[in-house]
Design a protein around this ligand. Structure first.
Ligand SMILES: *Cc1c(COP(=O)(O)O)cnc(C)c1O
Length: 393
C-alpha cells in the first residue's frame, strides 16, 4: 500500500526518463507519449533548451517570494502581453490557481466600479476549470462536487453553444461569462468559433467580462498561440497553465488593463507564483514556441494526424465513431468504452488520455514529427484491430 493519498486511479507503470516524444521505463520499455502529462510537455521530454535554461537558473537562484522584484517574471509578463490581448499578468502555480485569480478578478472588476452585487459567472455544461472549491463550482460536475459541502455560490451553468440560454442567464448580478474555447476534460468539445464571437457581443451589450480558460487549449496546442485567435475576438481575462512551463508548474492569469484595474497591492497573492525557476522555464518555452515556424509546424502536424486518424476511423468504424479537435488537441469519439480503447493503446505502448463524452484524447508534444505520427497511427490501427478481434470473438 502506498502512503500517497489514493485520489488517482493510476496505471501501474513508472517512467524513468524521457527524450522528445518518448518515455522509457527503468527496464527499457519505450512508450510514445501522446498524453504529454495532459497537454503539459509541449516541447516533449528533456528538451535541451529547457534543461539548459532551468539548470542555469538553478545554479543562481531558485526562489525569493513576491516581496521583491523578479526580473524573469517581469520579462515573461511583457512577452505574454506582447503576443496576446493582455496588458497585465498574475502568476500562479497551476491551472486551478490561474482560474481562481481570474474569477476573483472578474468579481473585483465590478466591485471596484461600485457594483459589488455583480459577482455571478455564467459557465457551460461539460466545463472543467480545476479542483479548488470555486473551480469545482464553476465546472459544476456532480462527481467533483460530491461530499465537499456547500457549493461556492455564484455560478450559473447553461448548455454549451446555447446562446439564448446564456442571454437568459444574465441578470443584474452577472459579472462575467467563462468558457473553454475547446473543452479538454469535457471531451474535445467546442461550440465553434462563431459562438465565442456571439459571447463577446453579448458580454459587451451587458457590460460584463468575457473570461477564457485556455489552460489546456493555450500555448500553441491548437496551432495558434491561443485558441481564441481562431475566433477573431479577444477576451478580457484568460487563464493559462499546463504547457506554459513545459513541465515546470506555472500558471498565469492574463488580463486587460481595464479588467484588472481593481487588483491592487494586497488584493491577491501567491508565495511561489512566477518564482525565478518557474519564470526561467516559461521564458525558455516561449523562446521555442515563438520561433517563426513553430505554430505552422503544429498546424501541419495537426492536419496530417487528423487525416490519418480519419482513415483509421473509417476502417475501424465499430471502434472509432469520429475524430474531433483542432491542431494537436485531438480526440477520438469511441463506439466502445473509451477506457477499453486507452487500455489497448497502452498495450501498444502509446499513451493517451480519456475524457468526457467517451473520448480518448491525443495530445502529443507539439514538436512531434511526421514519422512519430505515423508510428502512433500504426499503434492506433493495431489497437483497433485487436479490439475488433475481441468484439467479434
Ligand atoms: C487542467 C485544467 C485546469 C486545472 O489545471 P490544474 O493545473 O490541474 O489545476 C483548468 N482548466 C482546464 C481547461 C484544464 O484543462
Amino acid at each position: 500500500m502506498s502512503a500517497v493519498l489514493g485520489t488517482y486511479a493510476r496505471i501501474d507503470v513508472e517512467f524513468d526518463r524521457g527524450e522528445g516524444v518518448y518515455l522509457f521505463t527503468a527496464s527499457g520499455d519505450r512508450y510514445l507519449d501522446f498524453a504529454a502529462g495532459v497537454a503539459v510537455n509541449i516541447l516533449g521530454h528533456a528538451h535541451p533548451h529547457l534543461v539548459e535554461a532551468l539548470t542555469e537558473q538553478a545554479r543562481k537562484l531558485w526562489h525569493t517570494s513576491n516581496l521583491y522584484r523578479v526580473t524573469g517574471q517581469e520579462r515573461l509578463a511583457e512577452r505574454l502581453c506582447s503576443v496576446t490581448f493582455a496588458d497585465k499578468v498574475f502568476f500562479a502555480n497551476s491551472g486551478a490557481e490561474a482560474m481562481e485569480a481570474s474569477i476573483k478578478m472578474a468579481r473585483k472588476y465590478h466591485s471596484h466600479r461600485g457594483h459589488p452585487e455583480r459577482y455571478r459567472i455564467i459557465t457551460f455544461e461539460g466545463a472543467f476549470h480545476g479542483r479548488t472549491l470555486a473551480t469545482i463550482a464553476a465546472g459544476n460536475q456532480p462527481k467533483h462536487l460530491a461530499g465537499f459541502g456547500p457549493k461556492v455560490e455564484g455560478f450559473d451553468q447553461v448548455a454549451l453553444g446555447d446562446l439564448a440560454a446564456a442571454r437568459a442567464a444574465i441578470t443584474e448580478e452577472t459579472a462575467a461569462i467563462l468558457i473553454e474555447p475547446i473543452q479538454g476534460e469535457g471531451g474535445i468539445r467546442t461550440a465553434g468559433w462563431p459562438f465565442l464571437g456571439a459571447l463577446r457581443k453579448l458580454a459587451d451589450e451587458h457590460g460584463i467580462l468575457l473570461m477564457l480558460d485556455e489552460v489546456q487549449s493555450g500555448m500553441g496546442r491548437t496551432g495558434k498561440l491561443f485558441a481564441y485567435e481562431w475566433s477573431g475576438i479577444e477576451p478580457d481575462i484568460m487563464a493559462v497553465a499546463k504547457g506554459l512551463g513545459g513541465g515546470f508548474p506555472i500558471g498565469a492569469c492574463l488580463a486587460t488593463e481595464k479588467a484588472s484595474a481593481g487588483m491592487t497591492a494586497g488584493t491577491h497573492g501567491s508565495t511561489f507564483g512566477g518564482n525565478p525557476l518557474a519564470a526561467a522555464a516559461a521564458n525558455a518555452v516561449l523562446d521555442i514556441v515563438l520561433e517563426p515556424n513553430f505554430l505552422l509546424h503544429v498546424r501541419e502536424m495537426g492536419l496530417l494526424f487528423k487525416n490519418r486518424l480519419a482513415d483509421i476511423a473509417i476502417r475501424h468504424a465499430n471502434i472509432i465513431a469520429e475524430v474531433r479537435g483542432e491542431g494537436l488537441m485531438l480526440g477520438l469519439g469511441c463506439n466502445i468504452p473509451n477506457t477499453d480503447v486507452s487500455r489497448m493503446l497502452f498495450a501498444e505502448k502509446l499513451l493517451a488520455v480519456t475524457a468526457g463524452e467517451n473520448v480518448v484524447r491525443l495530445l502529443p508534444p507539439l514538436i512531434v514529427t511526421d514519422t512519430e505520427i505515423k508510428e502512433a497511427c500504426a499503434k492506433i490501427d493495431n489497437a483497433c484491430a485487436r479490439l475488433n478481434a475481441t468484439l467479434t470473438a
